[in-house]
Write a protein that binds this ligand. Structure first.
Ligand SMILES: Cc1cc2nc3c(=O)[nH]c(=O)nc-3n(C[C@H](O)[C@H](O)[C@H](O)COP(=O)(O)OP(=O)(O)OC[C@H]3O[C@@H](n4cnc5c(N)ncnc54)[C@H](O)[C@@H]3O)c2cc1C
Length: 567
């Protein structure tokens, strides 16, 4: 039987998929260049380009095997000889993907200005395949490494840092971080896991209690937030502890995994419910500073990289949908001929570019902090953006993948036709972990009230907008007009404790969108940018920041074609 023309199109679509995610996303280079300038060296480009190819050729097929065969992690509490082991079994393809990811050096990137960009770029490229059972272990391991580097004792550093920095996945130590308990993940101050000083070992403690969401349950080193006996209630009294999985290499160190959770997304990742029963633990830093350490080292790292994860997912979804639209025909035309499809693709592209731009801006702040050159304003901006950017990028990622599923039509809903269903499920999970939307908005509101963050943000935006190229003057005026209206309204919400948080959430969304627009305009103003970058920034401003009447045709429609030009 002759091949159906529709199938030939699909074969051509498959052949056209990217073989290197770094090359396929020139926006990453443009964004890094706009912030790093000449520090974005050829050596870093080569490293990212090599890994972009590895993600497409090795990691993506391995992740697909795990997902399409539903070969998710399995818990074996006891081994074949009846020993208590709490072993988690992964499909060999998961281990192959992990070897390729670790070999990139993502866990060994130096804690320097350039190192922050290297880590961000590698993690972004990896995230084109979603979480893949790899993103969370990498993020948790980096968080633990940072906590130990900053607060660990000499002996903890000597014992564990080399393993956490290892590039061989078979010998590397993996970290995890357990805060959430059944009474609530948002209300961390309500946790009840108890830490008691060990009777015999001077620097050791014993942990007992139940943790409800424990991802990377296979980790070698758990980071556990617990309440030292006699400590104050709330977050102030909490300690941050390192719990080795085993003290003899076989027997679990005072814990039992009740079960692994059956999740909507991130299904290649082992997320368990764990009971601690006298686990030997070492404090990381002072025991009464645990919450501060967990926030600054663990959560800030996770929220920064979560945004890169969401951005990678968006970028992967856009590449999938845009290549599909070029090859799929309906009514005698490839579907990217139709305005309705082109608008969806343009919105996907613009949102991805905006997430890339603001998350690169955040990375520059992390880089300055890591490089030891951060000013007080940098620290304030970082404090704002780490939460606001995670909030906005994670919501947007689900919307972008959803649009991609629409572009693929019914095929978009089929599990093994494309990665979009998996990316969609992962994106939804990314929204809730590392802090839900309301919790992040509430945190920003508290920080604005306490540290005057919004003042710094408005000042920064105004000074950045002064540097935008003249050909974007209309967009600059639109953003400045909006900021002038927003600033007093936002200050009123911050000052007036009787106003509902929902007002603040709405205002914060607009402010963060203004910040993303400003970052896009910075990229569009750089010498290597042209008409496409300008159109991306213009469309974004019209979409999110310009006043518009609902009855009118959307003002961004004339820009759709300009946005979709492939450079
Ligand atoms: C797949 C997965 C893996 C995870 N892995 C880990 C892990 O490894 N370690 C870990 O510690 N945690 C982990 N988590 C838990 C995650 O961090 C929590 O789910 C998250 O912090 C929210 O907590 P919760 O689920 O208890 O929601 P709740 O705290 O019950 O919140 C429910 C809803 O109420 C809203 N809400 C709560 N308080 C307020 C308020 N004051 N104002 C307005 N709205 C509010 C929230 O925004 C949310 O929408 C994981 C979660 C998932 C989904």
């Amino acid at each position: 039987m002759a091949e159906q023309p529709g199938r030939e199109e699909l074969l051509r679509w498959r052949a056209a998929k990217p073989s290197n995610y770094f090359d396929a996303v020139p926006e990453l280079t443009a964004s890094f260049e706009a912030w790093m300038g000449p520090k974005f060296t050829l050596a870093l480009r080569d490293k990212l380009s090599n890994f972009g190819a590895v993600v497409a050729a090795e990691i993506e097929p391995a992740v697909r095997i795990v997902e399409s065969n539903r070969e998710f992690p399995k818990l074996h509490s006891y081994d074949e000889l009846g020993q208590h082991v709490e072993h988690i079994e992964f499909h060999p393809a998961h281990d192959d993907a992990a070897r390729a990811a670790w070999a990139s050096g993502v866990l060994a990137t130096p804690r320097t200005y350039e190192g922050a960009f290297e880590l961000a770029g590698l993690f972004f490229l990896l995230s084109h395949v979603g979480e893949g059972g790899l993103g969370c272990p990498i993020v948790c391991t980096i968080g633990l490494r940072r906590a130990l580097e900053t607060h660990g004792t000499k002996s903890l550093k000597e014992r564990y840092l080399p393993g956490l920095l290892e590039t061989d996945a078979d010998t590397a130590l993996r970290g995890s971080q357990f805060l959430t308990e059944v009474q609530g993940g948002s209300d961390v101050g309500g946790l009840t896991t108890l830490a008691t000083p060990d009777d015999a070992l001077p620097d050791a403690w014993r942990l007992s209690g139940e943790k409800w969401f424990c991802s990377v349950a296979d980790a070698d080193l758990f980071t556990v937030v617990a309440r030292p006996v006699g400590a104050a209630a709330g977050t102030k009294g909490l300690g941050c502890f390192l719990v080795p999985r085993s003290l003899d290499g076989v027997t679990p160190n005072g814990f039992r995994i009740r079960r692994l959770k059956d999740k909507l997304g991130t299904r290649g990742l082992a997320s368990g419910e764990i009971d601690f029963e006298g686990a030997l633990a070492y404090p990381i830093g002072e025991v009464d500073k645990g919450f501060h350490i967990a926030v600054t080292e663990l959560l800030n790292t996770s929220r920064w990289l979560n945004a890169w994860g969401s951005t990678g997912i968006m970028s992967g979804a856009f590449l999938e949908a845009s290549t599909f639209a070029r090859h799929r025909s309906a009514f005698g035309h490839s579907i990217d001929f139709y305005d309705g499809v082109r608008e969806q693709l343009a919105l996907m592209k613009v949102e991805t570019a905006a997430a890339l731009a603001s998350t690169t801006g955040l990375t520059e702040l992390v880089a300055r902090i890591d490089g030891g050159n951060a000013s007080a304003d940098d620290l304030a901006l970082h404090r704002f953006l780490i939460n606001a950017n995670k909030y906005v990028t994670s919501i947007t990622a689900s919307e972008v993948v959803h649009r991609g599923i629409e572009v693929l039509g019914g095929n978009g809903t089929i599990e093994d036709f494309s990665p979009l269903p998996r990316l969609y499920r992962d994106a939804v999970v990314f929204e809730s972990w590392e802090g839900t939307h309301n919790v992040l908005c509430a945190q920003v509101r508290r920080d604005c009230a306490k540290f005057g963050l919004s003042h710094v943000v408005f000042q920064w935006l105004q000074s950045e907008l002064l540097d935008v190229a003249p050909w974007l003057s209309t967009e600059v005026d639109t953003v400045l007009t909006l900021l002038n209206q927003l600033e007093p309204a936002l200050n009123k919400t911050i000052d007036n404790s009787s106003e509902l948080d929902a007002t603040f959430r709405h205002q914060l969304t607009v402010l963060t969108r203004a910040l993303q627009a400003t970052c896009l305009m910075r990229i569009a103003s750089s010498p290597s940018s042209g008409e496409v970058e300008k159109a991306v920034a213009s469309l974004f401003v019209r979409l999110h920041l310009a006043p518009r009447a609902l009855s009118e045709k959307p003002t961004w429609l004339p820009l759709v074609d300009a946005v979709l030009v492939v450079k």
